[in-house]
Design a binder for this molecule. Structure first.
Ligand code: GLC
Length: 730
């Protein structure tokens, strides 16, 4: 017996014309039209390849208007928008859909709310370093409250693309290199975005992305091929997406890349066999921007019509801005090339999601008044500041930090004085002017300081640097990356610092003053010189709206840093991809010549996965490992051996010593964060289910193989206690 909602949707589909059905699959973006002859996309290319300057581009944009294709909307040819981020516009368009189309089907508004909407939080890679699902959920809930107040129904997030190659710019958008952390991060975000009931006005649909394995692009090059064994795909990449589906994500965005030669956008095995048949996903799929059309570029579709056919057959419900469905589906169905039922199934899922959001009964979930009173609330800023302090990783500290208020400080580096850069990549709903830079925070807190960019027009201002440093007790230098250097289409062949930034740091080191480097970046950086020569290094990432205040909280010890890296830092770009859960090989890297290593680079990473310092110290003892029923149970004593309270992220790794396929030397299987007072000890317990210790054999059977397993527990993936036990799984 069909439930009422299904009956209503089926009845509605029965009334719809072919055009109206296809209209529901069309996600439009506002086009920019203005006093320029070329298309907006061409204009963008002209700016990126330098044919016009950013100023000229800005001037042209100032004349541009947004075209929302209202006539298409009135004709019932638009089911959704991407990129409408304010209540006034959303309600205006919704009113056209509800009052001026034949059937009054409400619109679905999607937007990239990746790490906050207007209250921008640290980039996901930063926030993942908190190892804190409760925090991740809270920040997602906040961004859902803000974004839905601005008329948004669905976010194209969380992104849980496991990323092991720091050359890839989009490593900034996920939870780093580890499978378990990406899954936990994504599940927490899904729960935070969607809340308990999608029909609530502040519930926002989570559109999990990018399905699948987008982070494994060859050579870290964006959009590049992904070619891997099914064993590795199922063991290291798919589980993070599965965790989000299990958490209830109601939408999925396939990835731009191909997977073993078949683009995800037209990959029926991925979108139907795995996602729907095996995982039971019943929500909608939304293509990535223009991705259906790009199947022609991939060379798997002869033309746009073929791309439309392949995408619908593979299971793409909604076409994001390529227009390929709008142009071709009617003809394909009328010619009998594809069955109308395939279209009806996609329409059904889209209408069902709109019904779950309550849009048929309440198409206007917000208004301008609500929006005004919701955006950037003080409590949101406070949460963004908390998230930022929990995301910043103390990489080195030779008795320089925390600072004290008597010290005179001199600050160098334009990144210390650029609030716009604090948003990081994919912060399209944020405003730079809302963000607090490091210099602005010093002003706001009345802390005496001297500031100089250090580099002026690409030249080191050595005289000014030395003069200013002379007056200071401690010197802070802000270096790293602009936000445009990470995110989409931002892969790099060299992830070391620009030479002039190194020169700035070395100039300051030569003054003999204690130097603190604050890194602003969206990916791991190869910083061996900084790591060797600078006594204190804080990894701040792109920390969001409360950047400056959070950095000062850490520098002055108001907050004791507790974050740990979720992505490995290499000595050199040439080590990429570099990650902790590698396999041993037949000749594990070591001192003797004929082993797996580089002649010109150290074997170990600069900073290992899971690494991060505190202003206190922690010691581990008494690791015990035993089996019970269906799990391995571990206990370990952790002590705060320092003189101030602090949080420690205790990590539990495992190695299957012998199996039919080579297994990673370490895999994260559990972690817990614990707050300890000075001198306090605690015995912590972990359980690792037997089922989490298996792997796929060559026949793709998932099996648990008896034998020796080593368990590692520690404050990072390198410095651990370990015990080896024999598991029979009996
Ligand atoms: C982009 C990105 C995707 C984003 C989408 C919509 O190309 O790949 O992550 O959600 O377009 O803006």
């Amino acid at each position: 017996m069909m439930d009422i909602q299904t009956q209503k949707i089926e009845a509605l589909i029965g009334e719809m014309t072919l055009e109206e059905k296809i209209g529901q699959l069309q996600q439009r973006g506002p086009s920019l039209v203005g006093a320029f002859e070329v298309s907006f996309e061409e204009l963008l290319d002209m700016m990126f390849d330098g044919r016009i300057s950013q100023e000229e581009f800005g001037k042209l944009m100032s004349t541009a208007e947004q075209d929302f294709h209202e006539e298409e909307l009135r004709a019932g040819k638009v089911g959704s928008y991407n990129g409408v981020g304010d209540a006034r516009t959303a309600n205006r368009l919704q009113k056209i859909a509800v009052d001026e189309t034949r059937l009054g089907i409400p619109l679905l508004f999607g937007y990239d709310v990746i790490h906050g909407f207007r209250t921008v939080t640290p980039i996901p890679l930063a926030e993942s370093c908190a190892w804190d699902p409760e925090l991740w959920q809270r920040t997602a809930r906040m961004s859902a409250e803000e974004a839905t107040a601005a008329g948004i129904h669905m976010t194209f997030a969380p992104m849980v693309d496991v990323a092991k190659d720091a050359r890839w710019g989009r490593v900034s958008e996920g939870a780093g290199e580890d499978t378990l952390l990406n899954g936990d991060y994504g599940a927490a975000k899904v729960q935070g975005f969607q809340g308990e009931n999608l029909a609530k006005a502040d519930a926002m649909v989570a559109c999990l992305k990018h399905f699948a394995a987008y982070g494994a692009g060859e050579a870290g090059k964006d959009y590049n091929r992904v070619d891997m064994s099914l064993q590795r795909l199922w063991e290291e990449y798919l589980p993070a997406y599965k965790a989000c589906i299990d958490a209830g994500a109601r939408a999925v965005m396939p990835a731009f890349n191909d997977l073993n030669g078949v683009p995800c956008t037209v990959n029926e095995w991925l979108l139907r066999d795995v996602l729907r048949d095996e995982w039971g996903f019943e929500g909608i799929t939304v293509s990535d921007a223009n991705a259906i059309a790009e199947c022609v570029n991939h060379g798997v579709a002869a033309d746009r019509q073929a791309a439309a056919k392949e995408a619908l057959q593979a299971g793409i419900d909604m076409d994001m801005t390529s227009n390929v469905y709008a142009e071709n589906l009617a003809g394909l169905i009328q010619s009998g090339e594809i069955a109308e039922d395939l279209l009806d199934q996609a329409v059904y899922r889209i209408l069902k999601l709109k019904a779950e959001l309550g849009l048929f009964e309440n198409p206007y979930r917000t208004d301008e008044e609500k929006e005004k009173h919701t955006l950037v609330r003080p409590e949101y800023r406070a949460l963004a500041r908390e998230a930022a302090t929990k995301s910043m990783v103390l990489l080195k500290n030779e008795a320089v930090l925390p600072l004290n208020s008597q010290q005179k400080i001199a600050i160098f580096g334009e990144l210390a004085n650029d609030s716009g850069q604090m948003t990081g990549a994919w912060a399209i709903g944020a405003r730079g002017e809302d963000c607090v830079s490091l210099v602005q925070a010093l002003d706001a807190q009345g802390i005496d300081y001297a500031y100089h960019p250090g580099i002026v027009d690409g030249i080191l201002a050595i005289a000014e640097i030395n003069q200013l440093a002379e007056t200071a007790d401690v010197v802070i230098v802000a270096i790293g990356e602009q936000k445009e250097e990470s995110g989409e289409a931002a892969s790099k062949a060299d992830i070391s610092l620009p030479a002039i930034q190194l020169e700035l740091a070395e100039t300051l080191l030569r003054t003999g003053k204690p130097v603190v480097v604050v890194l602003f970046n969206g990916r791991p950086l190869a910083i061996p010189t900084i790591a060797e020569q600078v006594p204190a290094i804080l990894e701040a990432w792109h920390p969001g709206i409360e950047a400056g205040n959070a950095i000062l909280d850490i520098l002055y010890g108001v907050v004791n840093p507790s974050a740990k890296l979720t992505t490995t830092f290499p000595h050199a770009t040439g080590q990429c991809p570099l990650y902790y859960d590698h396999i041993a090989t037949g000749r594990p890297g070591g001192k003797s010549k004929f082993t797996s290593k580089y002649l010109d680079t150290p074997l170990e990473p600069l900073y290992p996965f899971g690494y991060g310092l505190s202003y206190t110290t922690f010691t581990y003892s008494g690791l015990q490992v035993e089996t019970a029923e269906d799990a391995v149970r571990l206990s370990v004593t952790v002590k705060n051996s320092g003189n101030r309270e602090g949080e420690e992220i205790v990590q539990c790794y495992v190695q299957d010593k012998v199996a039919k396929r080579a297994r990673p030397v370490k895999q994260l299987k559990a972690y817990q964060k614990v707050l300890l007072q000075p001198g306090e000890s605690i015995t912590m317990e972990f359980a690792v289910l037997f089922e989490k210790l298996g792997y796929y054999n060559q026949k793709m059977d998932y099996n648990l193989e008896a034998g020796e397993f080593t368990f590692f527990v520690g404050g990072n993936s390198r410095d651990t206690l370990s015990e080896t036990i024999d598991l029979s799984f009996g």
